[in-house]
Design a protein around this ligand. Structure first.
Ligand SMILES: CNc1ncnc2c1ncn2[C@@H]1O[C@H](COP(=O)(O)O)[C@@H](O)[C@H]1O
Ligand SMILES: [Zn+2]
Length: 365
């Protein structure tokens, strides 16, 4: 199938990091400005941004650079807007965007003000209608316009549901992780639905994050964890014992861990290009997608970092189709199944099902 077919198919994106999804053109523009100010050397940075093959260690060095370029409330707002518009433009109808709230005293940034800048970005989207507040945030509403930034109207306009996950970075302390969870709880009415644990997988100890994750779970926030991106059987076991509602990657699992994961039936966010580029999986031919798919384990195809890995959700669907011999129907089914694994309420699930049902009728035309 042509790329256009994957672009036009409705899709659900559940694993996308805000700062990993920034357009190259925006990063280059930001780098040029900082270069002119003498903060960085543009030519060094340009080379890093445009480089395609990256090891896991290099990816995390790139994130440090991206964070220098995007350290500013206004820029956070801008990239949030652009990232949502980019996903919407390829027919992602439901997006769970994750980002690490950052504290930076030198520019008066707190985790809360960082998150407020993200929320500003959601409101600033104008190429598509964004439904971003939980339905139960407004008791009087069925689907009132207060939930949608109806800056534009017209019947042909698309709509995208956006929910936020707050990430805990593996470099953080227990206290910092706890602050993120508390912020998520305060911002629940504004579309924050859950917590993610991410960051360089060789950094940090599980017991550092565990108290905050346990608290989050007890408070009813949804949990997804980057799990098994590198071999670490002890940590993988502890992570599964927390019973997260989803996990990301699951690349370096052993027999025992597969058994446990499958018996718990925890959905896996699959990021093919990311796993191959960072060498968490040696080649697409041996990717665990095939085994999970064949054993009908719940899974969802995601991008991880569409900017950093020069990909898109449509490209990931195309890759899955060609690598594993799947057709349009099978991938449509996968996208549709993902509705069950989202962290939004039943009302959103119902509306997504309608979107997929009406798209299904056109599938064979
Ligand atoms: C490639 N595999 C990965 N493994 C683990 N963590 C990753 C990641 N890709 C991205 N992140 C996490 O997301 C942050 C960037 O987005 P935000 O600043 O939060 O918006 C990275 O700094 C890292 O903590
Ligand atoms: Zn990730």
């Amino acid at each position: 199938m042509e790329m256009e077919g994957w672009v036009s198919m409705p899709k659900v994106e559940l694993h996308a990091h805000l700062n990993g999804s920034v357009r190259d053109s925006t990063l280059l523009e930001l780098a040029r400005v900082l270069g002119e100010k003498g903060v960085i050397v543009f030519s060094d940075v340009e080379h890093v941004i445009l480089k395609n093959e990256r090891s896991l260690a290099e990816v995390f060095r790139l994130f440090d650079l991206i964070h220098i370029l995007t350290t500013d409330h206004k820029i956070i707002t801008r990239i949030t807007k652009e990232v949502i518009e980019d996903f919407a433009s390829e027919n992602v109808v439901y997006l769970e965007l994750r980002t690490t709230p950052k504290k930076n005293d030198s520019i008066g940034m707190s985790k809360r003000s960082y998150l407020e800048a993200v929320l500003e970005g959601i409101k600033a989207v104008n190429t598509v209608d964004v439904a971003f507040r939980p339905h139960n945030a407004d008791v009087s509403n069925v689907k009132s316009s207060s939930l949608i930034n109806d800056t534009c109207n017209g019947s042909t306009r698309k709509e995208i549901y956006v929910r936020l996950l707050l990430s805990i970075d593996r470099r953080e302390t227990t206290e910092a992780a706890m602050e993120t969870v508390k912020l998520a709880l305060q911002m629940r009415d504004l579309g924050v639905v859950g917590i993610d644990l991410s960051g360089n997988p060789i950094v940090g100890e599980w017991m550092t994050f565990f108290p905050a994750l346990k608290f989050a779970r007890e408070q009813g926030l949804y949990i997804t964890l980057h799990c098994g991106e590198v071999p670490n059987p002890k940590e993988i076991r502890a992570m599964l014992d927390l019973l997260p509602q989803r996990i990301g990657h699951a690349c370096c699992f052993e027999e025992e861990e597969w058994k446990r994961l499958k018996s718990l039936n925890i959905p896996v966010e699959i990021c093919l290009t990311s796993n191959i580029r960072t060498n968490s999986v040696h080649s697409i031919e041996v990717h665990h997608f095939a085994d999970l798919y064949n054993s009908k384990h719940p899974l969802v195809i995601c991008t991880d970092d569409s900017g950093v890995f020069s990909t898109s959700l449509s490209k990931e669907y195309n890759l899955a189709a060609s690598a594993f011999g799947l057709g349009r129907r099978e991938l449509f089914q996968l996208a549709q199944n993902a509705i069950e694994y989202i962290f939004a309420d039943d009302e959103v699930k119902r509306e997504l099902k309608e979107i997929f049902n009406s798209a299904e009728k056109k599938l064979d035309q």
